[in-house]
Design a protein around this ligand. Structure first.
Ligand SMILES: [Zn+2]
Length: 194
């Protein structure tokens, strides 16, 4: 998720998107990664010991809960202290505008992606230790968005995507999007549904 500096343009897009939100549902994008059926039924996550308690309290707990049980009982998340599938880690970078990112360790054969072994979510503490507008709600939006990547969903950048969780820009305007919306869930079905 990237920070968006142009506040006025963001607000104009927000108004425009509000007016036209019902016109152009553009669905979701997939990254071609998926967990095996066994793994997604018990996705184990852990926190890096340096991550601030602002993140390891209700924020990721709520974010994992917001994704759970939408597709025939999956995904199901469990916090563990070791042996994790997803590692949630702190990171500090001053200049690149990235608030957080997800990184896979995958299986590939002949250049084709098949499944995930392991993945990492990095939280950039430089940008988001301080509150801009909504504090915990903003953190939960970032946490839930990165978990969407960890499940196999890609970013969306369209004009009509602002009210989906997988919208890739974060302009610190409170859009009220803290959990997966219909198109985000449809993407989950596309990956893990039968
Ligand atoms: Zn993203």
């Amino acid at each position: 998720m990237r920070a968006k500096a142009m506040f006025s343009l963001g607000l104009l897009m927000l108004i425009f998107a509000t007016l036209l939100a019902h016109v152009g549902a553009q669905g979701y994008t997939l990254t071609n990664f998926r967990w095996t059926d066994e793994t997604v039924a018990d996705l184990r996550y852990t926190y890096d010991s340096y991550l601030d308690q602002k993140w390891t309290g209700p924020v990721f707990w709520s974010a994992t809960g917001s994704w759970e049980y939408h597709v025939d009982g999956v995904p199901d998340f469990t916090e563990v202290s070791s042996g994790e599938d997803i590692s949630i880690e702190s990171w500090e970078s001053y200049e690149n505008g990235v608030l957080a990112y997800w990184q896979p360790v995958d299986y590939q054969w002949n250049g084709v992606f098949y499944w995930l072994y392991y993945s990492v979510i990095k939280i950039n503490t430089w940008y988001i230790e301080e509150c801009y507008y909504t504090c915990d709600e903003h953190r939960q939006r970032i946490a839930a968005h990165e978990l969407g990547h960890a499940l196999g969903l890609g970013d969306l950048y369209g004009t009509f995507d602002e009210f989906k969780l997988m919208y890739g820009w974060d302009n610190y305007v409170d859009t009220g999007i803290y959990d997966p919306k219909d198109d985000d869930i449809n993407g989950l079905w596309a990956i893990y549904g039968v």
